[in-house]
Design a protein around this ligand. Sequence first.
Ligand SMILES: C[S@@+](CC[C@H](N)C(=O)[O-])C[C@H]1O[C@@H](n2cnc3c(N)ncnc32)[C@H](O)[C@@H]1O
Length: 212
Amino acid sequence: MEDSIEVILQDYGGDLHTNRTNPVLSACTGALLAGLYGVWRLFTMPGFRKIPRSLKVPYLPSSKQQTLNTMKLLEGRTGRLADLGSGDGRLVFAASSAGFQCTGFEINSILVAYTRSKALWTGVPSGRATFVKKDFWKTDLSSYDNVTAFLAPGVMEVLGEKLLKELPDDARVIACRFPFPDWPHRSSVGSGLDQTFSYDIGTVRSHLRNVS
Ligand SMILES: C[S@@+](CC[C@H](N)C(=O)[O-])C[C@H]1O[C@@H](n2cnc3c(N)ncnc32)[C@H](O)[C@@H]1O
């Protein structure tokens, strides 16, 4: 004969009781995860309070291959270079040893302190690599001949508008991993996550004039 629902529930009673998660354990796990998230934010996103949510980009270092791809796309170029969000300085150090006069704009003060000390230890002259704790959205980039950016897909359109307003026609822009929507690229190197794109501002301007 089949058991009635009451009998089944009675039989389950003990099991249900023992399977209930321990509230102290849940609270500790929650607190640990919140703490880890806090530490992660402390290191990856300090200084971001004044930046609109849609423009926040956390720290993620570019791979060795991405750095090599960026340098390849800068071959034959000289002059001043701005790295937008310089992180631990890897792109700035690579570009400064190739002869560029680099400025790394970085909002995270821990990373700025790290890159400044690294420049000191390794004896990179300040005329070759300078690290500035500054929001690049609020920085006039018109004096730069080259700009590199490894940011996030959601900010590339707005960044494109800013660069088109400020950069001279002969400037070159390198976008790591995330291309500018609607900009024709001059060339690209690598594939997948390491793909890197180069743009000449004069060409982008005339293309956009022709399509509008
Ligand atoms: C994806 S990481 C790239 C780091 C470095 N360029 C590299 O290739 O390894 C982006 C960096 O941009 C910084 N950043 C984000 N928004 C910024 C802003 N508005 N001004 C300056 N730095 C910013 C972040 O703190 C982070 O270090």
